[in-house]
Design a protein around this ligand. Structure first.
Ligand SMILES: [Zn+2]
Length: 85
């Protein structure tokens, strides 16, 4: 898991310093990439300096249907697992 700059989830404040890419576990996230908070399952987007920001709703219009269902699947897994803390 590549280390990224420590950034807090804008929704729950959970600090994350790692990211796992959906298809390539060693890939570093880029600005504009979508992420899911592993604590509260909020959809997030990497902004400038890879700081996590809430994902704008408009992203759903541009996102590939396959990626969208992947994100929803991840969120479902996080929510069904329950909170870490
Ligand atoms: Zn969160």
């Amino acid at each position: 898991m590549p280390k990224i700059r420590k950034s807090s989830c804008p929704e729950c404040g959970y600090e994350m310093d790692g990211a796992t890419h959906c298809s390539d576990v060693e890939a570093m996230p880029d600005k504009g990439d979508i992420s899911v908070c592993i604590e509260c399952a909020a959809f997030l987007q990497f902004g400038d300096d890879l700081i996590l920001e809430p994902m704008p709703e408009s992203v759903w219009d541009d996102i590939h249907p396959e990626s969208a269902s992947q994100l929803l699947q991840i969120r479902k897994q996080i929510l069904s697992r329950g909170k870490l803390h």
